[in-house]
Design a protein around this ligand. Structure first.
Ligand SMILES: [Zn+2]
Length: 275
């Protein structure tokens, strides 16, 4: 089963020869997030990729080749906000979204592999389907955050589309870009994809995302937040021209994915509580 990186631009499908689920691994939805690609290349080199697949098929798609080659998040617009938008623009990512959609439509299980710009522990984001949450609970990551994937400001995520297709999809954030540990997390999660009878990860911390906050004019964090920082009731989080954003949850909550260079219209951060 020899393939090179360019073969993954249009996607490849490996068959086990036995009936079973169609698995899909999405890598480089954001071009500068390469731990998924590194993990695939490592598993190919060791010969494990083929032996992991006992039944069904495995497809692998390098979703944003141009951005990957240029080591950028995207070329024209965020691919993970462009899925099934039916936009008529000729943006590169709009063209690529059609290929991503085709692969998700055919998949029973999807693992969408990402990394983060700032330091972060690993976490899994299931789509809002019980099969997806059950799969995410088995993954060897630190946190599981439900609902977040469907609460982005713009929509159009891989998970928004997967939910509509009834596909058991999970996005994983494996750690910071370029951190070697993120590759290890990606490898462990890929192995788990084919082990659907696995037990729940006992050390997993489960959170539920309640909302995202959009960057508005004058937005400024009150302090330098890291992902998963806990905020107490009444604590000021940020302010913008409309006022101050304060924690109104009596039990406090968690800052998720604080945006280190917030631009108007993007998510400033997500807000989650213990589940
Ligand atoms: Zn990403």
């Amino acid at each position: 089963m020899a393939f090179n990186i360019e073969d993954l631009y249009d996607g490849i499908t490996i068959s086990s020869g036995n009936d079973g689920n169609n698995y899909l691994i999405l890598i480089c939805i954001h071009g500068n997030e390469t731990c998924g690609l590194e993990a695939i290349l490592s598993l190919q080199k060791s010969g494990e990729l083929k032996s992991l697949l006992k039944s069904g098929t495995l497809s692998i798609l390098l979703a944003n080749p141009k951005a990957y080659e240029q080591k950028r998040r995207y070329i024209n617009c965020d691919l993970n906000r462009s899925i099934a938008k039916n936009d008529l623009k000729f943006d590169y990512e709009i063209q690529r979204s059609k290929i991503v959609e085709k692969y998700i439509e055919n998949a029973d299980f999807v693992l969408d592999i990402h990394s983060t710009s700032g330091p972060s522990v690993s976490h899994a984001l299931p789509c809002d389907l019980s099969c997806s949450e059950n799969f995410a609970k088995t993954l060897p990551v630190n946190y599981l955050i439900t609902k977040l994937a469907h609460l982005t400001v713009e929509g159009g995520t891989t998970l928004d589309f997967a939910k509509k297709q009834n596909s058991c999809a999970v996005t994983i954030e494996c750690g910071q870009h370029e951190d070697k540990k993120s590759i290890e997390v990606a490898i462990s999660c890929i192995k788990q994809l084919f082990n659907l009878k696995a037990l729940i990860n006992p050390s997993l911390i489960m959170l539920e995302c309640l909302k995202s906050f959009e960057v508005k004019k004058g937005f400024l964090f009150k302090q330098n937040f890291s992902c998963f920082d806990f905020v107490k009731y009444g604590q000021e989080i940020a302010s913008d021209d409309l006022g101050t954003i304060t924690c109104t949850n009596l039990d406090g909550g968690y800052i998720i994915m604080p945006n280190s260079s917030p631009k108007i219209g993007e998510e400033a951060f997500f807000w989650a509580i213990s589940k």
